[in-house]
Design a protein around this ligand. Structure first.
Ligand SMILES: NC(=O)c1ccc[n+]([C@@H]2O[C@H](COP(=O)([O-])OP(=O)(O)OC[C@H]3O[C@@H](n4cnc5c(N)ncnc54)[C@H](OP(=O)(O)O)[C@@H]3O)[C@@H](O)[C@H]2O)c1
Length: 429
């Protein structure tokens, strides 16, 4: 049997499990592929680090060229993470005629188009299924099984860390800091959780999903991104009373005049599938014009689910090599559709304000919203603080332009009857 040799960059949480599966299931995988799939080399950063006993020390190296420039390596698996040096190493591997598999959302979101074009030029494959949703197959279905559809929308929960924190805040009335600390203690959040909690990680994933769905490059910088750190437990209680859950959503929609792409906390109906995605699970809801709504659900992080996907990508390439098929990555980003600025996006809103408890207040608020073409669907007085003579009011609106809502809240903040605009959360019906 022909031998297909794999070089691994990184043997951390995911890389060591990928090595484990490639070594332990070697016979079964080789049988499936019709060629021997052999792990050739494993590059790590720190040679002195203690590794699991199944990692053969003779395969270890600290020199990435032992993989990316090694003539004995056919497939490079990049599992280092972050933008640099993975971008440079993947570029070098592809330039050297090697197929590449990666789980790196940052590199694929920022430089995927360039890398895929280079791979197409060099006649090698570049697969990155694990970069979105870890164990959930979503990029392949988008490119293959749904290819006949015009995709109308994507609504997704693609960050397990924030979903875990939001689930805790909603179900246990926990405040944000406590929920974050617990997520860190359990290993769900990194010591520097900025990329997760500020929505940056979700924006990388949405950039990859939206580019494939709409066949146009959607850059992370095109995506309006807002994180979860300013959410207050009070809003989870009020949301529940109104029939909603609060989730960090990645949303992309196709309109006649462009695409909207945004990541932010959003209220979703308690009856919706997304509302019931809890903890570290992910879900990606896609609406195609032929297929209708689809939901992909599963573990969006973790060594084993990510390994499941990474090894599947390796096997797909190995199978093609064994069959002598001509391999080219799919890059169907042949449309040029503008991403609308957030100011032109239309959505409904939940607004929590603290006002002076006096006659005429509601009429004044309604006038400001009306002046900005914002129509109210309900107003509820939630609390009254008799000592401070303030009332907390929750307003739900019908769909309105983001620019109008921002202008209206600025105007509301300037009114003498207003103590503060405490929360503004978009509602995704
Ligand atoms: N963890 C998950 O649940 C998950 C889910 C989906 C996708 N991913 C993606 O999978 C990738 C890997 O994540 P991970 O959690 O396995 O990361 P990790 O645990 O931090 O492992 C990173 C590995 O890369 C090695 N490394 C770091 N810098 C290097 C350098 N300059 N040269 C050579 N090796 C270097 C490290 O070496 P040492 O061992 O010597 O430190 C380590 O083995 C990332 O792109 C991540 O976003 C992860």
């Amino acid at each position: 049997m022909r031998e297909i040799r794999v070089g691994l960059l990184g043997a951390g949480v995911v890389g060591s499990e990928v090595a484990h599966v490639l070594l332990e299931r070697s016979d079964k995988l080789s049988e499936q592929v019709g060629a021997t799939v052999a792990l050739q080399r494993i590059v790590v950063k720190d040679a002195s680090k203690k590794r699991p006993s199944f990692i053969p020390t003779e395969l270890l190296s600290t020199n990435p060229d032992d993989v990316v420039s090694n003539p004995d390596v056919d497939i490079v698996v990049e599992l280092i993470g972050g933008e640099h040096p993975p971008l440079e190493l993947m570029t070098k591997a592809i330039s050297n005629g090697k197929h590449v598999v990666t789980a790196n959302k940052e590199v694929m979101a920022k430089s995927g188009y360039r890398l895929l074009s280079l791979a197409a030029q060099r006649g090698v494959d570049l697969r990155y299924e694990a970069s979105v949703g870890a164990g959930i197959p979503i990029l392949s279905p988008l490119q293959q099984d749904l290819a006949a559809n015009e995709i109308a929308s994507i609504r997704a929960i693609v960050n397990g860390t924030t979903n875990y924190i939001l689930s805790k805040m909603a179900r246990e009335d926990m405040d944000y800091q406590t929920a974050l600390r617990q997520a860190q203690e359990l290993g769900y959040a990194e010591s520097d959780p900025t990329n997760d909690i500020e929505g940056i990680d979700a924006a990388y994933k949405l950039s990859i999903l939206a580019s494939l769905a709409f066949h146009t490059p959607v850059k992370p910088s095109d995506i309006f991104t807002q994180g979860i750190s300013t959410l207050h437990p009070k809003d989870f209680t009020y949301a529940r009373e109104l029939g909603y859950a609060v989730k960090l959503l990645a949303i992309a929609k196709r309109h006649d005049d462009g695409i909207e792409a945004r990541v932010h906390p959003a209220m979703v109906s308690l009856n919706s599938q997304l509302a019931n995605v809890d903890g570290v699970f992910n879900a990606i809801q896609i609406e195609g014009d032929l297929v209708g709504p689809l939901v992909f659900f599963g573990r969006g992080a973790g060594a084993l689910p990510t390994t499941s996907t990474v090894v599947a990508d390796v096997l797909t390439i190995a199978r093609n090599i064994a069959a002598g098929s001509l391999i080219r990555p799919r890059i169907e980003l042949n449309r040029r559709i503008d991403v609308k600025p957030m100011s032109k996006v239309e959505t409904s809103y939940y607004l929590r304000i603290a006002v002076k408890d006096q006659p005429g207040v509601l009429a004044e608020i309604a006038r400001v919203l009306g002046d900005h073409a914002i129509s109210i669907s309900s107003v509820i007085q939630k609390e009254l603080n008799a000592d401070a003579q303030t009332a907390i009011i929750v307003i739900m609106t019908h769909p309105a332009l983001e620019a109008s809502m921002q202008a209206a809240t600025a105007k509301l903040s300037s009114l003498t009857i207003m103590n503060e605009v405490s929360a503004l959360i978009r509602v995704e019906d």
